[in-house]
Design a protein around this ligand. Structure first.
Ligand code: DC
Length: 230
C-alpha cells in the first residue's frame, strides 16, 4: 500500500502526541514529536546557560546540537536523545523548559534548523508528525492534515493530571496560566505561527475520549489510503 504523510497540528495539551503515536503504531508509520525537538534545543540552552535573547549565541549553539529518536527496547516507546543522552523524561517534567520553550521556538534560526531535519525525516513518507507548523510549513503537501483543539480548562486539567502522575507538584491555575501564555506566543509569533492550514480537518477533543479521537483520525487516514473496509 502507498504511504502518506500525516500532519497533526494544534495547541499544546490537546492530545496531539497521544493521537499521533497511536495512529503511527496502527499504520506502522514512523512517529515524530516535533515539539520534543524544540524542547531538546531549549534544554541544551538552559544547561549551557545560553541567553535565549542573544540570537548570535543561540545560532552558534545550534552547531553543537544533535537530536535523535530511538526506540526503547523495553517498552517499545520512542525516546528523544540530545547529543546521545536520553533526555525524554527531562523534556516532559523540567518546568524551566515549559516556561521558555515558546520563546525559543519563536527564534527563526531555531525553526530553520529543526524544520530542515523534520523535512528530511519525512523524505520516505510513512510518517505521522505532530507540532504547530507541520501542515503549513514543514509538510505543506501532506496528504492528511488534522488540526486539534480543545477547551483550555480541559487541556489544563489533562496536563495537570499528567504532571501529577509524574510526581510533579503544581496547581491547575499555574498549568492553565502556562498554557495560555504558550498559546499566545505560539499563535502570535512572526515566524510560522500556529494556524490551521486551509486544508486541515479540525478535531475538537474537548468531549472525546482517546479512542474516539483515534477512530476519527484513523477513519480519515484510511479514506486517504483508499481503504474502504476492514
Ligand atoms: O508540543 P509541545 O508542547 O511539546 O511543544 C513545545 C513548544 O514547541 C511549544 O510551545 C510550541 C513549540 N513548537 C513549535 O513551535 N513548532 C512545532 N512544530 C512544535 C512545537
Amino acid at each position: 500500500m502507498h504511504k502518506i504523510i500525516i500532519a497533526i497540528d494544534g495547541y499544546s495539551s490537546c492530545g496531539k502526541s497521544t493521537l499521533a503515536k497511536q495512529l503511527a503504531k496502527t499504520l506502522e508509520y514512523r512517529f515524530i514529536d516535533s515539539g520534543a525537538m524544540y524542547r531538546a534545543v531549549t534544554l541544551y540552552l538552559i544547561n549551557h546557560q545560553i541567553d535565549i535573547y542573544n540570537l548570535d549565541a543561540v545560532a552558534e549553539s545550534l552547531k553543537n546540537i544533535k537530536i535523535d529518536f530511538k526506540i526503547n527496547p523495553e517498552n517499545h516507546l520512542q525516546e528523544t536523545y540530545l547529543n546521545d543522552e536520553n533526555v525524554e523524561m527531562a523534556l516532559r517534567i523540567n518546568s524551566r523548559i515549559a516556561s521558555v520553550v515558546s520563546d525559543v521556538s519563536a527564534i527563526s534560526e531555531v525553526r530553520r534548523f529543526l524544520v530542515k531535519q523534520q523535512q528530511f525525516l519525512g523524505n520516505e513518507k510513512g510518517i505521522v508528525m505532530d507540532g504547530r507548523d507541520i501542515g503549513t510549513v514543514v509538510f505543506p503537501h501532506a496528504e492528511l492534515k488534522i488540526f486539534v483543539t480543545a477547551d483550555p480548562q480541559i487541556r489544563a486539567q489533562r496536563r495537570f493530571d499528567e504532571l501529577k502522575e509524574k510526581g510533579q507538584t503544581t496547581t491547575i491555575e499555574e498549568v492553565l496560566a502556562n498554557l495560555q501564555k504558550r498559546d499566545h506566543i505560539d499563535t502570535t509569533r512572526a515566524d510560522s505561527p500556529l494556524v490551521k492550514a486551509e486544508d486541515a480537518i479540525v478535531l475538537d477533543t474537548s468531549n472525546m475520549n482517546r479512542e474516539q479521537q483515534f477512530q476519527f483520525a484513523y477513519d480519515l487516514a484510511r479514506k486517504k489510503l483508499g481503504v474502504t473496509s476492514e
